[in-house]
Write a new protein. Structure first.
Length: 328
């Protein structure tokens, strides 16, 4: 069977290795560990890439570091950067902006995670609440960029994909050969980074995307063969709450992913509990989605060596208590 491949590379292996050196000036490679209890639970040999062990608690800081370094090198007098987020992208820009001395403004929807908002402010971001969901906040951020003369940082761009692909480079080189790799999808930088890194390394790993049943825009797009938007994104896994796919991300996913699995919030909550019980690592909703999908496909994965991306651990305590532990 022909292995899916991305249509064309965004960057070379040499550029990816240079990005990894840049990232590692700030923090060391995150662990990739085999967990026996997860293997016993699933019937597969399970390796977890612990992106919850970065300075912001999530994988996106890698993209922020690459983006801000390039921006500051090419445009040192930029007035500032503005973007929209549900949390991890904003934390990455704020963290990297503070390193580079670049002012960062972040828009979040009303009702966004209080703890992620606090973290973004602690990293130095100006925080603005607008709209009912991520896509409304993103539209307002683009408007403010023009009004205030700021650089708009999208959630999907070459620098961001190049940065986050460094975790895939670490994972592929630091673990035994993986038969399959499950990756959560928000705007798509993580899965695209994994696809591109796999292709540059000439590997045969099957890459499987994961979305929420309440926010399945990329899954619907893959089934239709073109970008499909949705009216709502209803999931407690806020890192996957995307209504509008990025066209470039969709093309990379369509060319290089084996499939997209959708998981319910109940399945994600069970996966968060399983990760805590089996590894003593706390995952946010998107961070546990890969395990939720693998457990859904456990029969197909039985006896295989499977990678899971624990993309982040930034979950509010109240949400964890209510959703995961059922303590209303």
């Amino acid at each position: 069977m022909r292995l899916p491949r991305a249509a064309s590379p965004m960057f070379t292996l040499e550029e990816l290795e240079a990005a990894a050196r840049l990232v590692h000036r700030t923090f060391a490679a995150t662990p990739q560990l085999a967990w026996p209890l997860l293997s016993a639970r699933s019937g597969a040999e399970v390796w977890v890439k612990h992106e919850n062990h970065t300075p912001t608690g999530a994988f996106k800081v890698r993209g922020g570091l690459v983006y801000m370094e390039r921006l500051n090198r090419e445009r040192p007098r930029v007035a500032g950067v503005i973007s929209a987020t549900r949390g991890n992208h904003g934390q990455s820009l704020a963290y990297a902006g503070r390193q580079q001395g670049v002012a960062v403004t972040i828009l979040v929807p009303h009702g966004n995670s209080a703890e992620k908002n606090a973290a973004m402010r602690a990293f130095g971001a100006r925080l603005v609440e607008h709209g009912e969901d991520f896509d409304a906040a993103r539209e307002e951020a683009a408007r403010l960029a023009a009004v205030e003369g700021l650089e708009f940082a999208p959630s999907f761009a070459r620098d961001l994909v190049l940065g986050v692909a460094t975790y895939a480079l670490e994972f592929f080189r630091g673990s035994p050969p993986l038969d399959a790799l499950y990756v959560p999808i928000g705007m798509g930088s993580g899965i695209c980074g994994c696809i591109l890194a796999r292709d540059l390394l000439g590997l045969t790993t099957e890459i499987i995307g994961v979305q929420s049943t309440g926010a399945p825009s990329y899954a619907l797009s893959l089934a239709a063969g073109h970008v499909v938007t949705t009216n709502r994104a209803e999931t407690r896994a806020d890192g996957m709450a995307t209504r509008v796919p990025d066209p470039q991300a969709f093309e990379i996913i369509r060319g290089g992913a084996a499939r997209i699995v959708t998981v319910t919030d109940d399945e994600v909550a069970a996966a968060i509990r399983a990760l805590w019980q089996d590894t003593h690592n706390l995952a946010e909703g998107a961070g546990a989605a890969a395990l939720a999908a693998m457990l859904q496909e456990r029969e197909a994965m039985r006896g295989k060596r499977v990678g899971l991306v624990l993309s982040g651990g930034n979950i509010d305590l109240d949400l964890f208590g209510d959703w995961v532990l059922g303590r209303a």
